[in-house]
Write a protein that binds this ligand. Structure first.
Ligand code: GAP
Length: 462
């Protein structure tokens, strides 16, 4: 993990939030390379979950919502984690997570006093992760919702405008709007990538557990009791999507929740083997009619669906997929990170699927100080830049060093213009005129490709 965090910072993928002020726990910024990779991941997700699907609709809902939304969703009342503070160094721990580490399971439905009793019974086995002492204060429930003061000019008697604790609520709020405006046939899906904020007690493991993050969600609205087959199909579809990103299947696994939220009918996680071990990357939840029923109750708006075909009226059930973009990003980086021997040296290379790579190709002249090579290389660069956008020009150092730099950021192809390309110089091969060398990132193999064919060559491989 340390190596990935270091590469991410050194190469402009991810920076610690507010770093010049000493940082801000649980918050990260994406740098120039990172935002490209992130956008490519979002694009791949959107294509698979909206563009390529029939009867799926994308939305982008506002982050701020009427405070009652979070009462209806259950977040105001029940979205809390149990916390205990070390009396020696004030470090706060997630009690349920620490209990889990010593093999004790805290039931999700446990009350504060039951959890406190369980913690008390195990105090002698739980040490502070920072100072190592075993001297914690009492267990307290800590609500994870982040509040703002939006519209709160008097601060008396108003509920705070919460930041979203989960992105999916925006989809439920727009269910009726989507039915009225798009007239979808049942069943149908709604997809969204949206920000979420949680006051995590112990943010950890780089992008894995942060206080600000993005979720890519789909909510599939189905008729009551038509959940089983559709749930299995969605699970399979989501598994296959990770493989389409080049993720090693042996690093993925399913985990069924043994402790279901009270409204859930079934819940499975897709876990990835992060450098810190297997952990959740996406949750797939069979939520029944809980969400729309709650919003119907709290808002007073009728969210029943009237089926024109058979005249039936029902509250739709929902099958949800919810993936953390930061966790996906981390999984993709970890999956791609490779250290290996090449040409007698150890190299670091990110073996990213080409369609995800932040830079698609890097164009160089063989020598920096030869204007005729520079001119031709600039021409090739302009052609590729126009076609693919994310293309680099690099004439610093020698060619070998340029290759290493591109390997570290996962650029699939390095293109070199040499004397053969321009057809001038000693011992040139006339057959290679107007051809460049293209070096493959993963094998290091080079081949000659005509400049006129270069864009097609890259596109075909992407
Ligand atoms: N609407 C369902 C929902 O929010 P969740 O299991 O709490 O379910 C879904 O979150 C996904 O969001 C998780 O699988 C994870 O990838 C991501 N996620 C949750 N909390 C996170 C955090 N603190 N930091 C980064 N990602 C997080």
């Amino acid at each position: 993990m340390e190596k990935i965090v270091s590469l991410a910072k050194r190469k402009g993928f991810v920076f610690p939030g507010s770093e010049i002020y000493g940082g801000f726990a649980g918050v990260y910024d994406f740098g120039p390379r990172g935002v490209e990779l992130l956008n490519n991941l979002k694009q791949a997700w959107w294509k698979a979950n909206v563009s390529d699907k029939e009867n799926y609709f994308g939305i982008d809902s506002a982050m701020f919502k009427n405070p009652k939304v979070w009462e209806a969703s259950g977040h105001v009342g029940g979205f809390s984690d149990p916390l205990a503070e070390c009396k020696e160094c004030n470090t706060r721990i997630r009690v349920d997570k620490e209990l889990e580490k010593i093999g004790v399971t805290a039931d999700e439905k446990m009350s504060e006093s039951e959890l406190a009793a369980l913690f008390d019974a195990n105090r002698d086995k739980i040490a502070c992760p920072k100072c190592g002492k075993m001297n914690f204060g009492p267990v307290k429930m800590f609500n994870l919702l982040v509040t703002s003061n939006l519209g709160d000019f008097t601060s008396e008697g108003t509920s705070p405008a919460y930041l979203p604790g989960e992105a999916c609520q925006g989809i439920y709020l727009n269910f009726k709007n989507i039915v009225d405006s798009m007239q979808p046939k049942f069943p149908f899906g709604v997809a969204q990538i949206g920000k979420a904020f949680r006051n995590e007690i112990s943010p950890r493991n780089f992008l894995f557990r942060t206080r600000e993050f993005e979720q890519a969600d789909t909510q599939y609205f189905i008729r009551p009791n038509e959940n089983k087959e559709a749930y299995e199909a969605i699970k399979q579809d989501r598994w296959n999507w990770y493989l389409s990103l080049g993720i090693d299947e042996s690093k993925l696994r399913w985990k069924q929740h043994d402790r279901l939220a009270f409204y859930a009918k079934d819940a499975w996680d897709i876990e990835y083997e992060f450098p810190t071990g297997f952990d959740e990357i996406e949750g797939i939840h069979d939520r029944g009619d809980y969400d729309l029923s709650q919003h119907m109750k709290f808002s007073g708006t009728d969210l029943n669906y009237s089926d024109q075909e058979n005249g039936q009226k029902f509250v739709p059930w929902i099958l949800e997929t919810s993936m953390g973009m930061g966790r996906l990003f981390l999984a993709v980086l970890a999956n791609a990170y490779t250290e290996e021997e090449m040409d007698g040296e150890t190299r670091i290379v990110l073996k990213l699927a080409p369609h995800l790579a932040p830079v698609k190709a890097c164009v160089s002249p063989l020598l920096k100080n030869r204007p005729e090579l520079q001119e031709k290389a600039r021409e090739v660069y302009a052609i590729l830049k126009k076609k693919f956008g994310n293309v680099m020009y690099d004439d610093n150092g020698n060619v070998g060093k340029r290759y290493r730099r591109q390997d570290e950021i996962g650029t699939p192809w390095c293109i070199v213009v040499d004397f053969d390309t321009i057809g001038s110089g000693e011992n040139i091969n006339p057959d290679f005129k107007d051809m460049v060398t293209v070096r493959d990132r993963d094998t290091g193999n080079q081949e000659r490709v005509a400049i006129s064919e270069l864009a097609n060559y890259i596109e075909a491989r992407m």
